[in-house]
Design a protein around this ligand. Sequence first.
Ligand SMILES: *Cc1c(COP(=O)(O)O)cnc(C)c1O
Length: 385
Amino acid sequence: MRDTYLPYGKQYLDEEDIETVIKVLKGDYLTTGPSIKEFEKTVANYVGSKYAVAFSNGTAALHGACFAAGITVGDEVITTPITFAASANCIRYVGGTVVFADIDEETYNIDHKEIEKKITDKTKAIIPVHFTGQPVNLDAIHSIAEKHDLIVIEDAAHALGASYKGKKVGALSDMTMFSFHPVKHVTTGEGGIITTNNENYYQKLVQFRSHGITRDKELLEENHGPWYYDMQFLGFNYRMTDIQAALGVSQMKKLDKFIERRKEIVKKYNEAFAEIPEIVMPYQSPDSDSSWHLYILKLNLNNLTNNRKEIFEKLIDLNIGVNVHYIPVHTLMYYQQLGYKKGSLPKAEALYEEIITLPLFPKMTNEDIFDVIEAVKTVITQVKK
Ligand SMILES: *Cc1c(COP(=O)(O)O)cnc(C)c1O
């Protein structure tokens, strides 16, 4: 057994990142300075979008996207239950109604056929999540959106660097959100961004991020002088600092290397687990090139004597920091209190009983990978029928 605990995810910072941050600290701008623009440009160039707007975190960015999309009280927005709560919460922040659509059993992503079943004349938008980094079936989702005149906001918190049919995620829908939390592909400590090709959304996002305030002469109805600004709607202080943005610029230089390393680890996992019939490895759609945020094993519980909880605890006892992504959002207390019911999304709920997330992050050593593989093999041998 290894003698240190291996987490499921972790940042990768090098000396260049640290130097970059120190340079900002010695400079003139700690917030809303040149690093913000540089970071936004770097991300927009990388994903191929016209615009990018940085936020204090990914959840704030999703809130901004829902506001810019005009989602409000009475509107229904469809998303997946197998996600982090933020994908649904952002709909609630603007007063919208969350409608969950069940998942596809192969990819664990939202199932476009289930989306279609949930559409009503109140549906305003879809928030698909590229779960684990594997893009959703965007062609199908876009064609539903077109047919029903819906806005698509991609939650790509897991999918920076992923591609769908050869095209980078980030410029394929109305708006796309990326997160820079330390477990994600690149980090700014806390941080998020919306990428878009739409100038109107861009302008609204910038204003929303800073209280709804603008100094843009073309937007002002009055102008009392050079000091004048107006607050035209109720926005928030969701700004990212220049310290964070500079770190983001430095991290982005290493993104492709990070993804390459994630893929190497996945290859080793896949090779090791292919011969174990008690576990199902992650399915990869031929349409997508995953950026591999998460590696999820599905347990074949029919062939095992123990349940997921016991297997999970055995792995933790071996110092392997496994995790579960995710508790279906509609079963969390807040959503149950709103009336969402256990049993309403059977595929998502069944998946939840069977999954374990293994450690996966670029800083893992070959020894770490070996430890995870050995631990999984040991535990499965103990619990197989
Ligand atoms: C991380 C994450 C978010 C939110 O990002 P924060 O930056 O932590 O606010 C949203 N959706 C998904 C699926 C995530 O994994």
